[in-house]
Write a protein that binds this ligand. Structure first.
Ligand code: ATR
Length: 287
């Protein structure tokens, strides 16, 4: 183990940029794993104002920073300042990981793949041939949906407050996955319970339930023990949505899974080391 005090002229610097950034869990996750592998590195948060993203990325090069994660609201903005973007991140239109390869900044997106990794590891299921329903149609829904499509889900359904937003996302996904059946409906549609009941995997991606007891849906009569119900929120650790699904004995997972998953895959891009998701999860659960 390398203690924090051992930083020297060889220390590699990694970090995360966002605005705000004080709430980030990423340093808590990455620093102990660097130490576990005796990698002389430090992972730090950087507050970057939305109007200074280009300067920040120039700074990465100037300071030879080895890699960074990107969080809200910069995931789309960074794209235009990168030297190269991985095809999947390009398709999603968002980057959450940047690697500085010999002075060239390469963008990746590990959010969707991290979600899939957590689902497979912790819920012991695969996506292939599964009917997947997503509550919400924002940035997180988009990253997850592209990964579900890539993993050959049987179908995708978006349930969103604003139908048009869901339809635009569906059109976007259809253009690269033309044979995937996709449908969209609003939260208030009378078909919601039937669609949810008929789904295998249900993913809650809206901000409803974040630091509150609200839920994007009120009716949980459809939940059965074979349903896999995921909420990407991790504060609170169990949203009302998850509590209701758990009461009906569904398999549930909160947002720490996706957070650990995207972290594990970013760590692999940073270091070439494949570390178990459970290691990152353990660090997140430490006080
Ligand atoms: P993120 O990037 O974290 O996914 P986002 O892009 O702002 O966040 O998306 C937020 C999602 O939560 C959207 O699907 C939004 O629905 P709309 O498209 O109708 O805006 C959904 N959402 C936010 N507040 C909501 C509410 N009070 N009720 C239902 N859905 C809500």
């Amino acid at each position: 183990m390398i203690p924090h005090t051992a930083f020297d002229g060889y220390t590699l610097i990694f970090g995360v940029i966002g605005s705000p950034i004080t709430h980030t869990f990423s340093p808590k996750m990455h620093n102990p794993v660097f130490r576990k592998h005796a990698i002389n590195a430090a992972y730090v948060p950087f507050h970057v104002n939305p109007n200074q993203v280009e300067d920040a990325l120039k700074g990465l090069k100037a300071l030879s920073i080895s890699g960074i994660n990107v969080t809200l609201p910069h995931k789309q903005t960074v794209l235009k300042y990168l030297d190269d973007v991985d095809p999947y991140a390009q398709k999603v239109g968002a980057v959450n990981t940047i690697v500085n390869k010999n002075g060239r900044l390469i963008g990746y997106n590990t959010d969707g793949p991290g979600f899939i990794l957590a689902l497979e590891t912790e819920c012991r299921t695969t996506v292939q041939n599964k009917k997947c329903t997503i509550l919400g149609a924002g940035g997180s829904a988009r990253a997850i949906a592209f990964s579900l499509a890539q993993q050959h889900a049987a179908s995708l359904t978006f349930i969103n407050r604003t139908l048009r937003t869901a339809q635009e996302l569906a059109e976007n996904i259809s253009s690269s996955h033309p044979t995937l059946p996709i449908q969209c409906l609003t939260n208030t549609s009378s078909d919601v319970a039937t669609i949810l009941s008929d789904s295998d995997i249900i993913i809650q991606t809206t901000s409803v339930g974040l630091n509150s007891t609200d839920s994007p849906i009120d009716n949980f009569d459809w939940v059965k023990p074979n349903h896999i119900c995921v909420d990407i929120i991790y504060l609170p650790s169990k949203t009302t949505f998850l509590k209701q699904c758990e009461q009906k004995n569904a398999v549930i997972q909160n947002g720490l899974g996706m957070l650990a998953g995207q972290g594990a895959l970013a760590f692999e891009l940073f270091t070439g080391i494949k570390e178990d998701l459970s290691t990152f999860k353990r660090e997140l659960n430490h006080d």
